[in-house]
Design a protein around this ligand. Structure first.
Ligand SMILES: NC(=O)c1ccc[n+]([C@@H]2O[C@H](COP(=O)([O-])OP(=O)(O)OC[C@H]3O[C@@H](n4cnc5c(N)ncnc54)[C@H](OP(=O)(O)O)[C@@H]3O)[C@@H](O)[C@H]2O)c1
Length: 302
């Protein structure tokens, strides 16, 4: 059993990961921005980087997922600043604090496939160069920001996460209402590639990297079978037994969401999880139809 603390623990991925790691028998703690006092909580202020060092003593690992939501709506100047500040700068300050611990913990830190920018049909893996644009810049800063901890000799992994599929959050939760009404359809011309991962596979990949002493550096957390947006749309239509034929034109998305439309909704990344596969990790849900079926299956009572 290890003692593992999570930042962004109340989020879509953090909530599922807490449960996953607990089921594996770990002692799971939460970094909290407010409301410290609970037995499992460690106080953390992302803007100063200050953490409760007493409470953090003895941590074996930290999974760093925190960050201002990227796809929550139009990018105002203030939201872009918050997206940026809550990633690179907040991560660097957190790592400086963690580096003060006598035994610095292993760090598994979120990043995103957005690091590659908009790459059309190009096949991408961890050896591919980073791309251009706001999200690519933010993700590069985010990965570089772990340096203070790496320099103390801690093992650091970066999760280049694709679109996470789970019905309680992320993109799928937003897409489901229109698709269930038969109002779904491809975004733009639908040719852009979506690199996606089932939430349960992402949690398993994080646990795998935590346990694998030789793992360090970037890991694409995406299924080995990326799909175009057109094929994703068809699969989601099949999963909810509705037609999904109504395209959402790119100009309408740009009107509604401005810059975020091109950077998130219309951007193309066709990524392969080369390093996870080489390390022996096996995805439970490689096919998008299978992943959507599993994500949307009624949950069994525990
Ligand atoms: N979901 C995806 O499809 C996806 C894809 C690629 C990358 N990622 C990355 O993976 C990480 C987890 O994703 P998620 O879907 O779980 O995100 P999420 O649901 O938006 O949760 C992120 C959590 O971060 C904390 N947070 C929010 N705003 C913050 C701020 N301004 N400063 C510091 N912390 C803040 C909150 O947790 P607390 O209130 O508990 O602190 C929040 O619940 C994120 O960094 C995200 O960018 C996600």
């Amino acid at each position: 059993m290890s003692t593992i603390a999570i930042t962004g623990a109340s989020g879509f991925v953090g909530t599922a990961l807490r449960e996953h790691l607990r089921c594996l028998g770990h002692d799971v703690r939460r970094f909290v921005r407010s409301g410290a006092g609970a037995k499992d909580a460690i106080a953390w202020d992302p803007s100063s980087g200050r953490i409760d060092l007493d409470a953090a003593r003895g941590l074996d690992a930290v999974v760093h997922l925190a960050g201002e939501n990227v796809a929550a709506g139009r990018w105002t100047k203030a939201r872009k600043q918050a997206i940026r500040d809550s990633r690179g700068p907040a991560t660097e300050k957190l790592c400086r604090s963690l580096a003060q611990l006598e035994r610095p913990p292993v760090l598994v830190s979120a990043s995103a496939t957005g690091i590659y920018g908009d790459r059309g049909d190009e096949l991408l893996d961890e050896r591919s160069e980073a791309g251009q644009g706001f999200l690519a810049d933010v993700a590069q800063e985010w990965e570089r920001a772990t340096k203070p901890l790496a320099e103390r000799g801690a093992r650091v992994c970066h999760l280049r996460i694709g679109m996470v599929l789970g019905k309680d959050g992320g993109a799928l939760k937003k897409m489901l209402p229109p698709f269930r009404l038969g109002l779904g359809g491809p975004i733009g011309n639908g040719a852009q590639w979506t690199s996606w991962v089932a939430l349960s596979d992402l949690c398993a990949a994080i646990a795998f990297l935590l346990a694998n002493e030789s793992a360090r550096g970037p890991y694409l957390c995406v299924s080995p079978k990326p799909v175009t947006n057109r094929d994703f749309t068809k699969a989601l239509g099949r999963a909810v037994h509705r037609p999904a034929l109504l395209p959402v034109p790119a100009f309408a998305l740009r009107l509604m969401f401005g810059e975020m439309a091109d950077a998130v909704l219309l951007s193309s990344q066709r990524a392969m999880p080369r390093r996870l596969l080489e390390a022996g990790f096996r995805f439970l849900h490689e096919d998008v139809d299978d992943a959507l079926r599993a994500a949307l299956a009624p949950q069994r009572a525990r």
